[in-house]
Write a protein that binds this ligand. Structure first.
Ligand SMILES: [Zn+2]
Ligand SMILES: [Zn+2]
Length: 242
């Protein structure tokens, strides 16, 4: 279990389980915002770190999405701090098990009903700031995925919008709609944050500069798939003519 100071107001608590899993503790003027809750057994370390920061009590939990590795210790933390929990309204039905996540054959309740509240909307398609964080809707990895920007610290808390390894931006694994996820990645260009923190990976500095490489890679992969399809179809039509 590693605790790291990300920036003036943000600390991360991380574990390694074959891949890294991080959650973020954001110090606010009136207490603490927790972003994601990791796995069930991370609750003790998260609670200890919230108390150690001395920024005050936990005020709210905000979630990037509802996959089990992001909501695992929610119940235990709520037992200690009965605070409101927010996620994007489009994600709630999937997280509560009313709808099957895209790519899954059946629904599964990752979060008990009644605990989740929708992030407040603001303006056209926008989301209202919450604590010191500005949420942005970034679907693709999941239907209601959200990232949170801390403007003062210039840190984007990216959840599973991307993965990262050795400072390099990578597409998130297990994304049912990788093309949409990549388009959602444009938030990096819009915000141009100094650093991106992802749940499964390390820090990426000035991540917007790496987006072009990922887009080119995706384009190359798509062209290769199309070429293969054309090859197969040509073979098929040749065979049928024989
Ligand atoms: Zn995920
Ligand atoms: Zn994840």
């Amino acid at each position: 279990m590693g605790v790291k100071a990300v920036s003036e107001h943000i600390r991360s608590v991380g574990v390694w389980v074959g891949l890294p899993i991080h959650v973020w503790i954001v110090a606010e003027q009136d207490g603490v915002t927790l972003v994601d809750t990791g796995l069930k057994w991370m609750a003790g370390s998260i609670l200890k770190e919230i108390e150690r920061t001395g920024a005050g009590p936990l005020k709210r939990i905000v979630l990037t999405h509802g996959h089990s590795d992001h909501v695992g210790s929610l119940q235990t933390i709520l037992a200690r701090y009965p605070v409101p929990v927010y996620m994007h309204e489009r994600e709630i039905a999937y997280a509560e098990g009313d709808l099957a996540y895209p790519g899954k054959s059946r629904p599964f309740a990752h979060v008990q009903k009644g605990l989740l509240q929708p992030l407040a909307a603001a303006g056209k398609n926008g989301l209202a700031p919450i604590g010191s964080l500005q949420p942005f809707f970034t679907p693709g990895h999941s239907p209601g995925h959200v990232v949170y920007f801390h403007a003062q610290d210039q840190v984007l808390l990216g959840g599973d919008l991307f993965h990262a390894k050795r400072g390099r931006l990578l597409p998130a694994r297990f994304s049912p709609d990788p093309a949409l996820a990549l388009r959602s990645g444009n938030v990096l260009r819009a915000l141009d944050p100094e650093r991106l923190e992802v749940c499964h990976g390390g820090t990426v500095y000035r991540p917007a500069g790496q987006l072009g490489d990922l887009e080119q890679e995706a384009e190359r992969a798509e062209t290769a798939v199309k070429a293969r399809q054309t090859q197969i179809e040509t073979k098929k039509s040749k065979r049928s003519r024989q």
